[in-house]
Ligand binder design. Structure first.
Ligand code: MN
Length: 137
């Protein structure tokens, strides 16, 4: 059995090129073939969010704590709360992050393609897009 010990894996600051605000990443697992699974616990400070991006095999976000936001391009912003699961379809532009005044932590789960391709990154999410009123829950 391979147990990854928490204190052997320091929290990493997410790449500035693909995020707005401070975002911290804790790796959970990177599958070895034939597994294609990837899981990362991601902590967004208030107002922080990903850039627009897409996942070739989609992505599942499980909300751990705080209040978050997610938007598929062309749809309304949705608010996310602890215990919610958001399923992002394959090859669909979207972003996710914290609410403006709340911390937010989600477990991000995805798979790479059989040729190893993962997330495609695009432009950052404008304040105008980010600040749109979320759909009422
Ligand atoms: Mn995503």
């Amino acid at each position: 059995m391979d147990i990854k010990r928490a204190n052997a894996r320091p929290t990493k600051l997410a790449a500035e090129a693909n995020f707005t605000g401070q975002v911290w990443q804790d790796p959970v697992m990177v599958g070895k073939p034939p597994s294609r699974m990837r899981a990362t616990n991601v902590s967004f400070t208030p107002g922080a969010r990903t850039a627009w991006h897409a996942h070739p095999v989609g992505q599942t976000l499980y909300c751990v704590t705080g209040v978050g936001r997610v938007q598929l391009e062309g749809e309304r912003v949705q608010e996310l709360h602890p215990g919610d699961t958001a399923v992002i379809p394959p090859n669909t532009r979207h972003w996710h992050g914290a609410a403006p005044d709340r911390l937010f932590i989600h477990l991000a789960m995805s798979e790479v393609t059989d040729t190893g391709d993962g997330t495609r990154w695009f432009e950052k999410v404008s304040d105008e897009d980010y600040n749109k009123e979320p759909e009422p829950v």
